[in-house]
Design a protein around this ligand. Sequence first.
Ligand code: HEC
Ligand code: HEC
Length: 165
Amino acid sequence: MQRRTVHALLLTGLVGMTAACFDPVHEDAVAALGGEQNGVHPGPTHRPGQPCLTCHGGHGPGSPEFAIAGTIFATRGSTEPLPGAIVVLTDSAKVTRQVRANQVGNFYIRRDEWDPTFPIFVELQYPGLPQEPMNTPVNGNGGCASCHRGGGDSSHMPGVYMSEQ
Ligand code: HEC
Ligand code: HEC
């Protein structure tokens, strides 16, 4: 057994991480997201705009594992969430799920509730506004923020938004 593995096992024991093995790339991706915001506990309203699946994708440190997760914003490029937005997801087996954004715009579906067949078609709905579909289906990864990053990160496209303004 290599030294690094031993170290990782020790760490796993000490901090109770769920990751089965130490993956430096994964650990770096998690670390780059920083700590929790002041006063927000890990839970449904934490880290809006961040890539939920980096931590809830099955390799920890977040649990449970999500199949789909993200954050909905009111307008293009804004940091204002859109609570109550409905995300309609239809997978390649024609199974449809709807999930509602919570008070910070976050939404998620646990993998033990739905293990969708990719690619997935996505549409946003909100009472009184025209539907906002994503024209191309999402493939491979149900974490919206792997492409749409909320919070003004210039190296990604803007967070998922309901209307242009
Ligand atoms: C940097 C890592 C990280 C990111 C990014 C992250 N989470 Fe978490 N999340 C955690 C950890 C750690 C916990 C606590 C897990 C535990 O208690 O076992 C947690 C807990 C949760 C819980 C509570 C689960 C439960 O059953 O108690 C929910 C819900 C949740 N996160 C949703 C989200 C959503 C939605 C996003 C994206 C907007 C997100 N998380 C992004 C690490 C993360
Ligand atoms: C692989 C990258 C990628 C992923 C992952 C992704 N999108 Fe998109 N999304 C795009 C691109 C590119 C566009 C613009 C072109 C288009 O509409 O197809 C877009 C546009 C959209 C739009 C229309 C404009 C807007 O931002 O409101 C919606 C709604 C949307 N995506 C929702 C989602 C949701 C919800 C998820 C997660 C379930 C998601 N997307 C995951 C790349 C992605």
